[in-house]
Structures are given as C-alpha cells and as structure tokens.
Design a protein around this ligand. Structure first.
Ligand code: GDP
Length: 302
C-alpha cells in the first residue's frame, strides 16, 4: 500500500521531496530556510503552517538538536505528520457502528464525490462484507444518478433513486428508510454540488440533513466533503463554505495523484481544523485510502 501511495503521489514527491533533499543536505544558511519555505508553499502547505514548520526546524538546527541532512529531513517529516494528524485519534476514523450508519457526501461538482462514493461502497460491500444502500439525492442531474447506478451495480449494493428533478430530501428519506427496513449496515447519500446557485444549494443540503433526521435523529453520523487536491487553496474555501451549511466531520481529499500540491492535506488540517479521513489517489476502485499522517508525510518527502 505504501509503495502505491508513493507512486501515485509522485508529482508532489518529485517537486517537494527533491527540493528538500537538495536544500537540507547542503550548507545551512539563510537561503536554505528561504528555499525550504518556498518549496512548502509551492506544495500548497499554506503560508501559516509553512512559517511555523520552518521556524521550528531552523531553531532546532541552530541549537544543534538536529544535525545533518538526513536527520533534518526526518525531523521535517515528523513535524509535517504532527500537523496532519487529527488531535484526537477517533476523529480521523469513520465510525461504522450505527445501524445503519448514515454517511452524507457533500462537495462541489467535479471534485470526485460520486467516484468516492463508488470506491467506498465497493470497499464496504465487496471487501468488508457490509450491506450498503446508496441514495441518489442529486436529482438535478440525470447523469449523476446514472453514474451512481453504475457504481451500485459494480459494488452489488442497493440504490434508491427518484425521478429527475424530484425532491432530494425525499430520496434521502427513502434511502435511510430502506436501509433501516433492510437492516443495512451503511447508507450513503449523494448530494448536489452546484456552486453557481450557492444559497439554494446550502438550503438544500441543510434540508436533506433535517429530512434524514426524521428517520434517524442522530444521523447523518458522518458528513464528508470531497475536496479536489488540484484546486489548491480554492478547495479550502469550499470546505469552509459547506461547513457553514452543514456540520462537516471530515474531508476526502481526491486526485492527489494528479498534483504536485499534495501539501494541501496539511493546510486542511491546520487551517480548517477538519481531519482528512480518506484520500483518492487515482480513478480505480482500489484508489481510495484511509489517511495516515505519518505515511502521508513520508510519501511526500521520504
Ligand atoms: P463529482 O461531480 O464530484 O461527483 O465528480 P466525479 O466523481 O464524477 O469525478 C470527476 C472526475 O474526477 C472523474 O473523471 C473521476 O474519474 C475523476 N476522479 C475522481 N477521483 C479521482 C482521483 O482520486 N484521482 C484521479 N486522477 N481522478 C479522480
């Protein structure tokens, strides 16, 4: 798995890892820290986080606490991992102990929401042997429903759909109802992501949430937002916006294979205080992974 992570994140690895090796293995002077800062910013680690990390490493190098290129690189990996790690261990996980556990997937169109639901349902249903019901509550786009139906077929899970243009809340309601009736383990609700009609979209999401709660007062148990890693700081703003409409529990960071800016995972944890729970590192069914801060930092630099 780690090998695959490193391979699929090769763009960030080449850009950031190579620059850091070149920098930290040379003489340490003012320019070293500037180059390090620049490399982290280029990788989308974010200005505040970058400044903090560089200041810490510089102080440790000056005091002689860490010496030599390799030790400095390892210390940098540790510092980055500590930023990406959720404060509380449970916060980084998806708790599947409810019956059913209701997961609401939100995010802007094109960020990889449907693909993520497909990968996740396949993993849960086919690999973990759980029973999954999908709810196609993006009723605005017929293509979204069709795409989800394709994933349901591949995963062998149930799907609840409504006619095009029907009320998204009622589809979500029916999906949770079906999940309860069937005694399913997990219900995953797909939602719309049309940002050009922002106010309407946010109303729709909070309404879907309320309707789900009519079936199960403590649901959704997990609201996940998909953020496209290639959109950089824009993704951060999207996550903030969605968090204002519905309480978001975690981030699925997609398309990490397609960017040299994988540092965005750190900016999300540090600046939004939201745990990255899953990462998408490609388009196949196996390319969804739990996020592990240590592996991630190592894959970036090690
Ligand atoms: P949605 O509109 O948010 O539901 O987005 P889709 O799931 O339809 O995904 C949009 C595009 O991104 C599709 O072409 C997907 O194959 C692609 N995609 C999704 N996740 C990943 C990923 O982790 N890596 C790569 N390379 N492509 C992805």
């Amino acid at each position: 798995f780690f090998k695959r992570l490193r391979e699929n994140m090769s763009k960030t690895r080449q850009a950031l890892g190579a620059e850091i090796q070149a920098t930290l293995f040379e003489t340490l002077d003012e320019e070293t820290w500037e180059r390090l800062e620049e490399a982290l910013i280029m990788a989308d680690v974010g200005a505040t986080t970058t400044a903090k990390v560089v200041a810490q490493l510089e102080a440790e190098a000056e005091s002689g606490a860490v010496e030599g290129g390799e030790a400095l690189t390892n210390r940098l990996i540790e510092l980055l991992a500590s930023i990406a790690r959720p404060k509380d261990e449970d916060a980084g996980r998806i708790d599947l102990r409810h019956s059913p556990t209701v997961i609401m997937a939100v995010g802007v169109n094109g960020t990889g929401k449907t693909t993520t639901i497909g990968k996740l349902s396949y993993h849960l249903q086919k690999e973990l042997g759980k029973s999954v019901v999908l709810g196609a509550a993006d009723t605005f786009r017929a293509a979204a429903t069709e795409q989800l139906q394709g994933w349901a077929k591949r995963s062998g899970c149930e799907i609840v759909i409504g006619p095009e243009g029907s009320d998204p809340g009622s589809v979500a309601f029916e999906a949770v109802k079906k999940g309860r009736e069937m005694g399913a383990d997990i219900v995953i609700i797909d939602t719309a992501g049309r940002l050009h009609n922002q106010d309407h979209l946010m109303d729709e999401l909070s309404k879907i949430r309320r309707v789900i709660q009519k079936q199960m007062p403590d649901a959704p148990h997990e609201t996940l937002i998909t953020v496209d890693a290639t959109t950089g700081q824009n993704g951060l703003r999207q996550a903030q916006l969605f968090s204002q409409a519905v309480p978001v529990d975690g981030v699925v960071l997609t398309k990490l294979d397609g960017t040299a800016k994988g540092g965005i995972a750190l900016a999300i944890s540090a600046e939004l205080g939201l745990p990255v729970k899953l990462i998408g590192i490609g388009e196949t069914l196996e390319d969804l992974r739990p996020f592990d801060a240590d592996d991630f930092a190592k894959a970036l630099l090690g």
